[in-house]
Design a protein around this ligand. Structure first.
Ligand SMILES: Cc1cc2nc3c(=O)[nH]c(=O)nc-3n(C[C@H](O)[C@H](O)[C@H](O)COP(=O)(O)OP(=O)(O)OC[C@H]3O[C@@H](n4cnc5c(N)ncnc54)[C@H](O)[C@@H]3O)c2cc1C
Length: 311
């Protein structure tokens, strides 16, 4: 579909940042394509988002539908919506334009907005890849009911880990939370409330070393504070050890932090490469929220528009 076209702008990602940018780009009549694997972004798994401005409470899936339909309203000859494609590479061509390669197509554009957000960090231990989605999961609200009356483990010690544990206590026989550090990073009030449940156990100073199983996970192996190897039988493992930005595909073009975040000028959302902007969770912006992602993407669009009209 993209042969011979040179877009004004390619928007890479369809979360709150990408969708906000898309609406502004369409209304400014920039020749644009938004390319995304799916619409909605990370909070699609949330049962109720209570701080998306204008909706007192909205389930993540409903927010995703609203974002997508707002974007699709503008589909036209000059505004392409490309879903179910995975962006694999961003390159700068000798002629100054940018080449985006997906698993299905290539696209060329004068400017690019990187809004691919972030994805969940995985456990870097043997067995983690093998049992991904075979007992290892990342979403308590989505997958918790599959573990009714089972013994499960949550890995992590921040608010997300404790929130997951709290949700899982509603279904499971027991929840064991394994935290790497000496103490928990979650709010003290949350920690106390969750650990007070008789089905809940929290263990600090653990180093996960292996995941084992047959067809499905049946054991997590860790070293305890004293260095002893503990084999803990479990039916499921909920991993809550943070997120990492989805930016590797752009690392030849823009400067990234040591954590892989795109470095941006917060006044304009410009990156180190002229012609490329970024916004939302994939950037080194200090705060990551739906409204911030959308707002920063709009800021980027205002700047992109001026850049295109001036060139
Ligand atoms: C469980 C959970 C609950 C949350 N709850 C809230 C909340 O209540 N309120 C709040 O303000 N924030 C919440 N957040 C944070 C919020 O979801 C993020 O700040 C926000 O989604 C960031 O938006 P984004 O557009 O920058 O990136 P993302 O939401 O990460 O969107 C990235 C987009 O890029 C696409 N994409 C990624 N990689 C590729 C690729 N290689 N090729 C093609 N497409 C790709 C994805 O499909 C997605 O559409 C929550 C986060 C989580 C994980």
């Amino acid at each position: 579909m993209a042969e011979n076209k040179i877009y004004d702008l390619l928007i890479l990602g369809g979360g709150p940042a990408g969708c906000a940018a898309a609406v502004y780009a369409a209304r400014k009549q920039l020749h644009t394509a938004i390319i995304t694997e799916s619409f909605g972004g990370q909070s699609i798994v949330s049962e109720g988002i209570e701080n998306w401005i204008g909706d007192q409470v909205i389930p993540g899936v409903e927010l995703a539908k609203k974002l997508e339909s707002h974007v699709r309203k503008y589909e036209s000859e000059t505004f392409d919506v490309v879903e179910h494609e995975r962006i694999e590479k961003l390159d700068k061509q000798d002629d100054g334009n940018f080449l985006v390669t997906t698993n299905k197509n290539t696209y060329v554009s004068k400017t690019v907005l990187i809004v691919t957000g972030s994805h969940r960090r995985k456990l870097p231990v043997p067995g983690a890849d093998e049992f991904e989605h075979k007992g290892i999961t990342y979403c308590a609200s989505c997958d918790g009911p599959f573990f009714t009356d089972k013994d499960v483990v949550v890995v992590g010690g921040g608010n997300a880990a404790f929130e997951s544990a709290s949700q899982l206590l509603a279904y499971t026989k027991s929840v064991t939370l394994l935290q790497r550090g000496e103490s928990y990073r979650a709010d003290a009030v949350t920690v106390d409330a969750v650990l007070a449940d008789p089905k809940m156990t929290g263990i600090t100073n653990t180093e996960i070393i292996e995941i084992r199983g047959n067809k499905m996970v049946n054991m997590i192996v860790y070293k305890n504070k004293g260095g002893e190897v503990v084999e803990l039988p479990t039916d499921g493992i909920f991993v809550e050890i943070g997120a990492e930005p989805t930016t590797k595909y752009a690392s030849d073009v823009v400067d990234l932090t040591q954590y892989g975040q795109v470095i941006v000028d917060p006044r304009t959302q410009r990156t180190s490469c002229i012609g490329v902007w970024s916004a939302g969770d994939c950037t080194d912006g200090l705060y990551h929220q739906n409204n911030i992602a959308a707002g920063d993407a709009v800021k980027a669009l205002e700047d992109i528009y001026l850049f295109i009209k001036a060139s």
